[in-house]
Design a protein around this ligand. Structure first.
Ligand SMILES: NC(=O)c1ccc[n+]([C@@H]2O[C@H](COP(=O)([O-])OP(=O)(O)OC[C@H]3O[C@@H](n4cnc5c(N)ncnc54)[C@H](OP(=O)(O)O)[C@@H]3O)[C@@H](O)[C@H]2O)c1
Length: 509
């Protein structure tokens, strides 16, 4: 069993009692009482007796990232006097507690991986009872693998965690690798270490209760990644269909070498069961390049676009087999064809204005031109539109670039905004510019921006009766296609849409 432990800084008895109650109500299976600057022994005893779950008592020294100025022997004597189930003692006290209390021998490094990590663990192993605990700040996401290795090779119950945003996955996957415990904060404000996930997120977002050794791991690679909506949508879908999987944010530094190093270490890592990846900014081109270098299969249009947003990792054979897809382009095309009730072969009859020439503009242009649509690109930086047009012109449809000022004269059937103009928090911005082109009830107006759901681009088109498509539609479709590619099950698309819309309204409130 891996305990889900909530640390609580004790400032006074009432506050601590309330926090302990909130934590156990939220599902805490263990409480760590941090008494660094609280020395009312009677109050501490009452807290331990009333907690209702096992307690760790910790009085962390300043040298190890805590607040207590008291010397080790004084702190130890006062902790032991309370008879908690566990006490956390830093390894450098070099103390052997001979009491019914189980010692957690700990070592923390807030600056990076301890130089003598394995010597520290050997030292801890000398005490045959209790629990070993090593915590350090992840330098990159690859440090998590070392934490997993420590757990896999443990001789005693062990805690191995990485701090910081790059270390989040060591906290979440602690249960999969059989750690003694992981820490989750009571709420976002009360975290006692950098990168701690809240107990609500651990239980309701990261599927703590459903996780086991066999759970497959998926995730989204990006930089930054903390605010990605993909973990919300995919974990909800896994839960809905009882798919034994967990989907994580994976922070990987932007250079190609970092992407490559991630793939080369995470894909083969034993026991991790990495089974599928979403790829987002800035790694879609890196993913295409990596898969090409490895000789892996890449879907034709994804290769032509030069961007992969989905990696399937097939682990049914002796070696994992990688495959790359781009579900973004299919989501864009299908959003249009569904709205017009046509199939893809009829896209060739459409004239489409694409606003923007960035990554999403490129995907839209390539996909529409591939199916024979005539595409006009309007972009703030004209040279980028020209380069994009010349790359995809004559594929099957005609692609040209036009000055932004001429957008109002366009009589296209479909207008797609692929710029970031109008995106939260600058939701009052308007991608049309000063004047709208002529829109009719047959025109499709499509915004890739999904936050807010109804952008100004869409709102201004509404009086014409144009058929509008929100960015949520595409976001949900590309995510649903990923879910299907990994699980071979139809995605719960309505649920996925609801999850996104709820998150959007949470952000506004
Ligand atoms: N719904 C979905 O599933 C989905 C999927 C992917 C992306 N998106 C959204 O699509 C948008 C674009 O993403 P991306 O990855 O393509 O970004 P990107 O590669 O950075 O491209 C940004 C585009 O927006 C233009 N732009 C930015 N600020 C502008 C401004 N103030 N005025 C005029 N044009 C401006 C840029 O023009 P320049 O070339 O002149 O810089 C460029 O064409 C984002 O809002 C993103 O959230 C939605």
């Amino acid at each position: 069993v891996t305990y889900l432990c909530v640390p609580i800084f004790v400032r006074d008895l009432e506050q601590a009692r309330r926090d302990v109650a909130l934590a156990t109500e939220a599902g805490a299976e263990m409480i760590e009482l941090r008494v660094d600057d609280f020395d009312d022994d009677q109050a501490i005893k009452r807290l331990i007796d009333g907690a209702g779950v096992p307690c760790i008592l910790t009085c962390r020294s300043q040298a190890q990232g805590g607040r207590s100025p008291r010397p080790g022997n004084v702190r130890l004597a006062s902790l032991l006097a309370q008879c908690p189930q566990y006490i956390d003692i830093e390894l450098d006290w070099n103390s052997q507690a001979k009491t019914p209390t189980q010692p957690i021998l700990s070592h923390h490094d807030f600056s990076g991986r301890p130089e003598k990590l394995y010597n520290i663990l050997l030292e801890m192993d000398k005490l045959s009872v209790g629990v070993n605990k090593v915590v350090w700040k992840a330098r990159t996401i690859r440090d998590n693998l070392e934490a997993f290795e420590i757990l896999q090779n443990r001789n005693k119950p062990t805690i191995a965690l990485c701090m910081g945003e790059a270390g989040v996955i060591s906290r979440i996957l602690a249960k999969k690798f059989g750690a003694f415990l992981t820490f989750a904060s009571l709420n976002d404000e009360s975290a006692t270490a950098p990168g701690q996930v809240s107990i609500d997120e651990m239980k309701n977002l990261y599927r703590w209760d459903a996780m086991s050794k066999k759970t497959k791991v998926y995730g989204v690679i990006g930089h930054p990644i903390g605010h990605s909506l993909s973990p919300h949508i995919q974990n909800a879908a896994f839960a809905e269909l009882n798919h034994d999987g967990i989907y994580l944010p994976l922070l990987v530094d932007p250079p190609y070498e970092s992407f490559k190093a991630f793939m080369e270490t995470f894909v083969p890592f034993p026991g991790l069961d990495l089974s599928g990846l979403s790829v987002t900014i800035p790694h879609k081109e890196n993913a295409a390049r990596y898969l090409k270098e490895k000789g892996a299969q890449i879907e034709d249009l994804a290769e032509r676009i030069g961007a992969v947003n989905t990696i399937i990792i097939d682990r049914t054979g002796s070696e994992p087999i990688l495959r790359g897809l781009n579900t973004d382009y299919a989501a864009i095309l299908d959003s249009i064809t569904d709205r017009l009730a046509i199939d893809r072969t009829r896209l060739g009859r459409l004239r489409v204005a694409v606003l923007g020439a960035g990554g999403t503009g490129r995907t839209a242009v390539a996909a529409l031109a591939h199916y024979g649509a005539d595409v006009s690109i309007y972009n703030r930086t004209r040279e980028k539109a020209e380069a994009l047009a010349s790359e995809f012109d004559g594929n099957t449809g005609q692609v040209l670039s036009l000055p932004m000022e001429e957008l109002a004269k366009s009589d296209c059937d479909v207008f797609i905004n692929t710029t970031s103009v109008g995106m939260y928090p600058k939701s009052d911005q308007n991608a049309w510019g000063a004047k709208l082109p002529k829109l009719t009830p047959n025109t499709v107006v499509f915004d890739m921006v999904y936050n807010p759901v109804k952008t100004r681009f869409l709102a201004e088109a509404e009086p014409s009766g144009a058929k509008t498509i929100t960015g949520v539609e595409t976001f949900v479709r590309q995510a649903a296609a990923q879910f299907q590619a990994w699980t071979n099950k139809p995605a719960p698309i309505e649920l996925m849409r609801r999850v996104i819309e709820n998150r959007m309204s949470d952000q506004k409130n």
